[in-house]
Ligand binder design. Sequence first.
Ligand code: ATP
Length: 343
Amino acid sequence: MTKKVTLIPGDGIGPEIIASAVRVVEASGAKIEWETHVIGAQALEKFGTTLPESAIESIKKNKVALKGPLTTPVGKGFTSVNVTLRKTLDLYANVRPIKALPNVPCRYPELDLVIIRENTEDLYSGLEHVVVPGVVESLKIITEKASTRIARYAFEYARSNKRKKVTAIHKANIMKLSDGLFLSCFYKVAKDFPEIEADDKIIDNACMQLVMHPEQFDVLVLENLYGDIVSDLCAGLIGGLGLAPGANIGELGAVFEAVHGSAPDIAGQGIANPTAIMMSAVMMLHHIGEHKAAERLENAIFEVYREGKFRTKDLGGNAKTAEFADAVIAKLKAASSKAATDA
Ligand code: ATP
């Protein structure tokens, strides 16, 4: 049965990498009908709002979206559309697997961990104000409800993915109330998962440990801001931002997107690495039950890396975004004709 998926091309390198992802998903044999919606700065120009109701309705109806990165103006302009989208749809769990790809030069080729980031509160509540000129206040909101919900998601994830340990990352020694609440909710939930080890680390030590001995980690659960920063750090451990996929999951739907941003410095040149969004599409295919197509696509991406002929500039190669997609499609075709011959 054909599944409808909302497609959001995004800003900067978004349209280039999304076009590649769509091509490889189609070549994987998955039956998908895309419903394209523009959100962000482009939507503001066209519809007078960054998040048109029609896009929200489409995701609510289809319950799944593949999304390119959206530009967030720094220091001025509109509120982050990524944050608004996550809040509007209550996509509370941001899942970011950190796994090295074959034959990619990186610090930790064996690394395999998963970051679960709380997506709806913390310093991302957007509550900032000027107290008196020269003094501003940003509110960090941490609730028992959201902390318990994300801890439970992390342990459920560990259980269903046969992971052994969940580590809460925090700064409860300084933020005794907010991070203290996050941590106490974590340990309360941990009691319901006796077969999974639960521990915690203070964020600064965790960062050093991640750089020096990341193999000690399995599933990490973090508040919103720490999760954002640690995700990029971990992407660096496996070869860079072009490789790290992600999913934003909630009761109303799931939005799949790369960890990286819109990379305005390389936008429009056709040189962005589409691997992160392609691997996000692999996660999406599993999510909608297209497991075979997901495996085919993942294998094809891995094959291209194993062979090492096509690599984008961020990994020291000279393949264009579209050429990398062509190479993945060639591997998918080769695998399907081999399967037909073997049958
Ligand atoms: P945001 O604030 O939107 O998360 P950011 O400030 O973290 O964005 P990115 O857009 O993620 O920044 O880019 C950070 C750096 O990584 C840039 O130099 C960019 O060119 C590079 N980069 C990001 N994504 C890719 C990609 N898919 N392929 C190649 N380089 C990338």
